[in-house]
Design a protein around this ligand. Sequence first.
Ligand SMILES: Nc1nc2c(c(=O)[nH]1)N[C@H]1C(S)=C(S)[C@@H](COP(=O)(O)O)O[C@H]1N2
Ligand SMILES: [Mo]
Length: 213
Amino acid sequence: MTTPFDRLGARKRAAGAEDRLPPGQYVPRGWPVLHYGPVPAFKPDAWDLKVFGETASGEVTRWTWPEFGHLPRATVEADFHCVTKFSVLGNTWRGVSTQTLLGLAPPSAATTHVLVWAEYGYSANMTLEDFSSADALLVTHRDGEPLTADHGAPLRLVVPHLYAWKGPKWVRGVEYLTEDRRGFWEERGYHNRADPWREQRYSYQEDPGDGPA
Ligand SMILES: Nc1nc2c(c(=O)[nH]1)N[C@H]1C(S)=C(S)[C@@H](COP(=O)(O)O)O[C@H]1N2
Ligand SMILES: [Mo]
């Protein structure tokens, strides 16, 4: 069944699609599911989100699922680019902005990078600047619907201006770092910076300074 919301979504996704596609990308049907390993079960009682590492206070900040539910929400309209070349256009993401998280659990002045941790040890690294982008969101909903388990429920990161592997599904932690450290795919041959507009797909394309050895 096509709802009015779907029709709105389709139009929104099609508008200006040519100039919105980074080099080498195509628009697939629907929203593919892609990840390494199994889909974790969400256990609300056991779930928490921890901010740790080089925090300003030296303390760990921890939210349970009910506590996280009280944080202010934000909405971001953005495209989603996977390094395997599909791009899902015109998503309406809803969640808690990384700027809100940074405000509630500030990093030390020496923090330059962030590792975002997910269930089963998946991680993605980025500069503090990329993480604190105004469009970066810890997402709970897309196009008005809660995320499904395979798309990262209850919580995933979306950083629209980087390839989508920089957005862990099933997020559980944010670690502040004073030097860069590669995450899961960045250790396995993918580009440390991952800007889709520069087609920064693989680590062999890195320039000196793009990442740690
Ligand atoms: N925990 C976790 N998050 C992950 C991945 C993963 O393997 N594990 N894969 C990433 C990759 S490569 C992509 S393209 C997106 C895919 O998100 P989707 O399945 O919702 O489309 O999730 C990212 N987040
Ligand atoms: Mo991806």
